[in-house]
Design a protein around this ligand. Structure first.
Ligand code: NDP
Ligand code: 2IT
Length: 445
C-alpha cells in the first residue's frame, strides 16, 4: 500500500476535507504493515472500498423561528460502512458541521463500533444548525423538519442514529416523536431515548464512564491508580459530565472544565453539587463555562484559553476535534502528565499525538477510549429487540466489561518491542481486521 498515493487520490476526490483526510491518514499509517503482509486485502480492494462512504444523503431543513422568520439549514446522513451491522453513529448539531467533519466522524465510527464487539456498522449525521440561544419550540420545529427527510433512510436494522454535540435527550425525543408520526411505528430507530420510552439506564453517563474505565485499565498496566490523581478535563457537555462523575467517584480530583469561552480552574476539585451544576450550565442555553467561576469561589476563569497549560497527572479532552495541539502536548509533558485519554473524537492533533507516543506517555485515541457511549447504545438496541430493560448495575457491568475487552484488544495488537502499548496502532488494527474480514466474506459490493 502506497499511503502517499492513496492520500493524494483521496485529497483530489475530496478537496479541502481536512478532518476527513486526517482521520484516514492515521488509520492507514497504523495498518500499513498488516495490509502489505496480507495481499488478499489488496486483491479485494479493501482500502479503496473502506474510504468511500456507502452513501451520503444531504437535504434541506427549513424551519420557522418564534418571530416567524424562515431559516434554512443543511442536514446530512453519512452511511459509511455496514459490513458488521446496521449503520450506527450520532447526529451533531453545530454551526461548524460540514461534510468533512461528518465523514471523519463516520469513518472513525466504523473502527470504534467494531471494537465494541457488538454488531454495528459506522455512520454519522447532523446539521449546521446552531442550537445555542434557541427556544424549546424552535428546537422542536427544527428536529421535526430534520426527521421529515431522515426517516426515509433509517430503521432498526438499517441505520440507528443517536446524539453527539448539540443533540441530547431533548432532541432525541423530538426526533423520535416525528419518526413515530411519519412511520406509524414505535421502534428502536434512535438510541439515547428517554428512560420511559425505550431508553437504557446508564446511556447518558456511558461515554464518560467508559473513558474513565479505560483510563483505569491503562494506569493499572503501569501499576498506577486513578485515586488521588489530578485530572484536567475539557468541555462541560455530556461526555465531560460522565467522565467527571466517575473520576470523582474513584477519588480523582478534576481541576478544570472548559467551554468555547475559555476554561475554569478549580483547585478544590469538581465534585458533589458542582457536578450537578454542570448540567445547569448545559441547560442554560448560553454554552459558556465562565458562570462556574462566579458560582464557586474556589474557581478561576481563564478566557480564551485551553486547560492544557495546568499541572495535571491525567488529561481527558472531552470537547471537540483538534482542541489539543503540539504546544499543549509539550506543556502537558513538561508538567508531568502521564496519561491522555480521549473522551472527544480526534481531540488531539497528529503533532500532539506524535509527542505523546514519542515520549511513551499513556495515550489512547477516542475511537477506543470513548467507545462506551456507542457500546451502551448497542446495549439499548439489544434491550429494545428483547422488549425488556436491564437494571443500572447490569448495564454498567456490561459497559465495564466491554471497556476492559477493548483495552485487552488494543494491548494485544498494540504492544511494542520495548513493552510500550501503542493504543493508536492497537485500536486501528483490531477494528480494521474485523471489518476487512467481514467485507471479504461478503464479496465485492
Ligand atoms: P455536548 O454538546 O454535550 O458538549 C460539547 C462541548 O464542546 C460543548 O461545551 C461545546 O460548546 C463544545 N464545542 C463543540 N464544538 C466546539 C468547537 N468547534 N470549538 C470549541 N468548543 C466546541 O457534546 P458531547 O459531550 O456529546 O460531545 C463531546 C465530544 O465527545 C465530541 O467530540 C463528540 O463527538 C464526542 N463523543 C460523544 C459521545 C456521546 O455519546 N455524546 C460518544 C463518543 C464521543 P459549543 O457548542 O458552545 O461550542
Ligand atoms: O461518537 C460517538 O460514538 C457518539 N456520538 C455516540 C454514537 C451512538 O450511536 O451512540
Amino acid at each position: 500500500m502506497d499511503i502517499e498515493k492513496i492520500m493524494q487520490d483521496l485529497e483530489h476526490r475530496n478537496p479541502g476535507e481536512q478532518e476527513y483526510l486526517q482521520a484516514v491518514h492515521e488509520v492507514l499509517e497504523s495498518i500499513a504493515d498488516i495490509y502489505n503482509n496480507n495481499p488478499h486485502f489488496q486483491t479485494a480492494g479493501i482500502i479503496e472500498r473502506l474510504i468511500e462512504p456507502d452513501r451520503v444523503l444531504t437535504f434541506k431543513v427549513p424551519w420557522m423561528d418564534d418571530e416567524g422568520t424562515v431559516h434554512i439549514n443543511r442536514g446530512y446522513r453519512v452511511q459509511f460502512n455496514n459490513a458488521i451491522g446496521p449503520y450506527k453513529g450520532g447526529l451533531r448539531f453545530h454551526p461548524s458541521v460540514n461534510l468533512s467533519i461528518l465523514k471523519f466522524l463516520g469513518f472513525e465510527q466504523i473502527f470504534k463500533n467494531a471494537l465494541t464487539t457488538l454488531p454495528m456498522g459506522g455512520g454519522k449525521g447532523g446539521s449546521d444548525f446552531q442550537p445555542k440561544g434557541k427556544s424549546n419550540n424552535e428546537i422542536m420545529r427544527f428536529c421535526q423538519s430534520f426527521m421529515l427527510e431522515l426517516w426515509k433512510v433509517i430503521g432498526p436494522e438499517t441505520d440507528v442514529p443517536a446524539g453527539d454535540i448539540g443533540v441530547g435527550a431533548r432532541e432525541i425525543g423530538f426526533l423520535f416523536g416525528m419518526y413515530k408520526k411519519l412511520s406509524h411505528e414505535f421502534s428502536g430507530i434512535l438510541t439515547g431515548k428517554g428512560i420511559n420510552w425505550g431508553g437504557s439506564l446508564i446511556r447518558p453517563e456511558a461515554t464518560g464512564f467508559g473513558v474513565v474505565y479505560f483510563a483505569k485499565e491503562m494506569l493499572s498496566d503501569r501499576k498506577e491508580k486513578i485515586e488521588g490523581k489530578k485530572v484536567a478535563v475539557s468541555g462541560f457537555g455530556n461526555v465531560a459530565w460522565g467522565a467527571v462523575t466517575k473520576l470523582d467517584q474513584l477519588g480523582a480530583r478534576v481541576i478544570t472544565l472548559s467551554g468555547p469561552d475559555g476554561y475554569v480552574y478549580d483547585e478544590e476539585g469538581v465534585s458533589g453539587t458542582k457536578i450537578d451544576y454542570m448540567l445547569e450550565l448545559r441547560t442554560s442555553n448560553e454554552d459558556i463555562v465562565e458562570p462556574y467561576a462566579h458560582e464557586f469561589k474556589s474557581a478561576r476563569f481563564f478566557p480564551d484559553k485551553h486547560p492544557w497549560e495546568v499541572k495535571c497527572d491525567i488529561a481527558v479532552p472531552c470537547a471537540t476535534e483538534n482542541e489539543l495541539n503540539k504546544e499543549d502536548a509539550l506543556n502537558l509533558l513538561k508538567n508531568g502528565c502521564i496519561c491522555v485519554c480521549e473522551g472527544a473524537n480526534m481531540p488531539c492533533t497528529p503533532e500532539a499525538i506524535d509527542i505523546f507516543r514519542g515520549n511513551r506517555l499513556l495515550y489512547c485515541p477516542g475511537k477506543a477510549a470513548n467507545a462506551g457511549g456507542v457500546a451502551t447504545s448497542g446495549l439499548e438496541m439489544t434491550q429494545n429487540a428483547m422488549k425488556l430493560r436491564w437494571t443500572k448495575d447490569e448495564v454498567d457491568q456490561r459497559l465495564h466489561q466491554i471497556m476492559k475487552s477493548i483495552h485487552g484488544a488494543c494491548k494485544h495488537h498494540g504492544q511494542q518491542a520495548d513493552g510500550y502499548i501503542d493504543y493508536v496502532r492497537g485500536a486501528n488494527i483490531c477494528g480494521f481486521l474485523k471489518v476487512a474480514n467481514a467485507m471479504i466474506d461478503q464479496g465485492i459490493i
